[in-house]
Every structure is written in structure tokens, then in C-alpha cells.
Design a protein around this ligand. Structure first.
Ligand code: AMP
Ligand code: MG
Length: 324
């Protein structure tokens, strides 16, 4: 068994060590006012891929990106008046805003699961604040639990489930809010509540007026769960899965040491066959291959275990929803 990570009180030394670990692409669990987060450098595709691997998420759900202060979040997204008003009222705090992602954003494509939107938040917990300030980079941080399990609200909860998989756990005591942040989508005409949480609908409505809610009676297909969002990135070119040969003019999304010969263009998710590396490259490579002059994208098979399941899930959905 892997040795469990140290649980450290948030001293200056511990915060400095956490900053170094994050800069090196490792994961650090830290407290926020809502729940403990599994933090990774949001600008590092490999670190973000490690988050998905560590949580055992079967899908690439987009992650919330945490910033030390509102201006840092503004630099990555397009703020409008509503975002300004909500940020002024509730940041730092348990509110996440989904906003258009800036074209020049440095945030890893995998953090937003290939979407052209970004979920951003400025947490108010002093340890989260200290860490974000200290490490000088935004942190992608979903709840620090194995996928499908209950969110952790103490350092001990984190140690129980992910202790062997993180560089360290910063201990900030029990989380005061204890439920996840409220998620508000500001990419449409009307603000929409995607997830109820630490800030109530009444509090939000007092600032931006009534919110559209997402019908929970709607079937999975109709729900804007992140993987189903209409804006979810799908290539314009047809995508063909489990390709064993190439057709004329096709680009190849390869995996492993033996890419199929004869492609009009090639991007290899991982020449060594490493699934974490493949996940880190997935969205950027799909975009690279999705260009005029090619007839389609043929994807070589990716093993369907570990992160391969999330990769295959995303590829299947990209293949199924042809724009056009
Ligand atoms: P977690 O990181 O586990 O707290 O969950 C993140 C939540 O934020 C999920 O419910 C996602 O649906 C939501 N979310 C994150 N990014 C986006 C986005 N770009 N668009 C819509 N929802 C998002
Ligand atoms: Mg969670």
C-alpha cells in the first residue's frame, strides 16, 4: 500500500511545500469553506489529468477553477455586469460562476472538459486563500473524494479515501459550510442555477433577479449536466472510433507506440500508451486535428480501464453528436 500523505497544519513552511508540490504537477488537498478540495495546477493538463485519475471519475466533468482574487478570475473569462455584481456580493465565498472562457485563457482544456466556458470561484477559507496566494497559480479543485463517494469536510475524511494519492493534506479543521458551492451559469440570457449550494437562490435573486432553474424532471439528455451541454466541444469533422485502418484524407488520433500508417495528419495521445498523458492531450489534440482539408478523424482504440473509460466516454459522445 502507498504510504499516506502527511496531514499538515497550514504553517508558512507547509504552504511553501504545498506550493512547490503544485508547481511540480502534484496534487494537494486543501480546505475551503464548502468541502475539502483536491487541488491541481489548473494550467497544467497533466496535473488536471491526475485529478481525474485520482478521483476515478468515469467522465471528464469540468472542474471548478479557484483563484486568490476576482481579478485573476476576470483574466481567464468574460465578465459581464451580472458576473461583476455577483462577484462583488459573494466573493470570496461559496459561489461558482460559469462564464465564457477567453480564447487566450491559460487554463488547461481538460479542466473545462473541452468546453468553451469556465467555472470560476474565489473561496474565502483562509487556508485556501493563503495557498492560492502562495502558489501564484489557479487551482482546479473538485471535492477531495473518490468519485461517487461523499464529499470530505475534514482532513481525516480526505486521508481515509485519498491519503495515498496526494502529496499532502493541509488541515484547516472542519469546513464551515459543508455543502458544495452554488453554481450559476451566466453564459445565457438569463442566469441559471446549475447546482444549489452554499449561497441560496434568494440571495442570488436579490442581486441579479430571478434565476432560471434546471428541470430535474427532464431526462438525462435534456439536462445541462456538463457532459451534455450543447456547447460541449465536438469536432466539426466526423470522428470514427476504434479505427483499424485509415480512409483517404483522414487524420489519425493515435494511441500507443504503433500509430496506423498513411494518415493525412497525426496526433498521438500517448506514444508510450500512458492513459494519464492521453487524457491530458485529448482535447487539445482533437482541436489540432479538426481542420479544413481533412475528411475526418479516425481514433485508434484506447484501453477501457482507468482514465481510458473517461477518454472513451468523451470520444463516443464527440463521435455521436455531429454538428452540421
Ligand atoms: P465539483 O468540482 O466536484 O465541485 O463539481 C463541479 C461542478 O461545477 C459540477 O457540478 C459541474 O457541473 C459544474 N461545472 C464546472 N464547470 C462547468 C462548466 N464549464 N459548465 C457547466 N458546469 C460546470
Ligand atoms: Mg464532488
Amino acid at each position: 500500500m502507498t504510504e499516506s500523505a502527511p496531514i499538515l497544519p497550514p504553517t508558512a513552511d507547509a504552504l511553501a511545500a504545498a506550493g512547490r508540490a503544485l508547481a511540480a504537477g502534484r496534487l494537494v488537498a486543501f480546505p475551503t469553506e464548502t468541502v475539502y478540495g483536491l487541488g491541481a495546477d489548473a494550467t497544467n493538463d497533466h496535473a488536471v489529468a491526475a485529478v481525474f485519475a485520482t478521483k476515478g471519475r468515469p467522465r471528464f466533468n469540468p472542474l471548478i477553477v479557484h483563484f486568490a482574487e476576482p481579478d485573476a478570475a476576470r483574466g481567464e473569462t468574460d465578465f459581464d455586469d451580472r458576473a461583476d455584481a455577483l462577484a462583488r456580493a459573494f466573493w470570496p465565498g461559496p459561489l461558482t460562476l460559469v462564464l465564457p472562457r477567453r480564447a487566450e485563457s491559460r487554463i488547461a482544456l481538460l479542466a473545462s472538459a473541452g468546453l468553451d466556458t469556465l467555472a470560476v470561484r474565489v473561496p474565502r477559507h483562509p487556508v485556501a486563500q493563503a495557498l492560492l496566494t502562495r502558489c501564484e497559480r489557479p487551482l482546479a479543485a473538485p471535492s477531495a473524494n473518490v468519485s461517487g463517494k461523499i464529499s470530505p469536510t475534514t482532513a481525516a475524511h480526505v486521508a481515509d479515501s485519498l491519503g495515498g494519492k496526494v502529496a499532502m493534506i493541509l488541515d484547516g479543521g472542519a469546513c464551515s459550510v459543508g455543502v458544495e458551492s452554488t453554481v450559476v451559469d451566466l453564459t445565457g440570457d438569463k442566469p441559471r442555477l446549475l447546482r444549489p449550494g452554499g449561497i441560496t437562490e434568494e440571495q442570488l435573486a436579490a442581486v441579479v433577479g430571478p434565476l432560471a432553474t434546471v428541470s430535474t424532471s427532464a431526462g438525462d439528455e435534456a439536462r445541462p449536466s456538463p457532459g451534455m451541454l450543447a456547447s460541449h466541444y465536438a469536432p466539426d469533422l466526423p470522428l470514427r472510433l476504434d479505427a483499424g485502418t485509415l480512409r483517404s484524407g483522414e487524420a489519425l488520433l493515435a494511441f500507443g507506440p504503433q500509430p496506423l500508417p498513411g494518415a493525412a495528419a497525426v496526433a498521438n495521445l500517448s506514444p508510450s500508451g500512458d492513459l494519464t498523458e492521453a487524457a491530458a492531450n485529448l482535447f487539445a489534440m482533437l482541436r489540432t486535428l479538426d481542420r479544413p482539408g481533412l475528411t475526418g478523424i479516425a481514433a485508434m482504440p484506447v484501453p477501457d480501464h482507468g482514465l481510458g473509460r473517461a477518454i472513451n466516454d468523451r470520444l463516443r459522445r464527440a463521435a455521436a453528436r455531429r454538428s452540421g
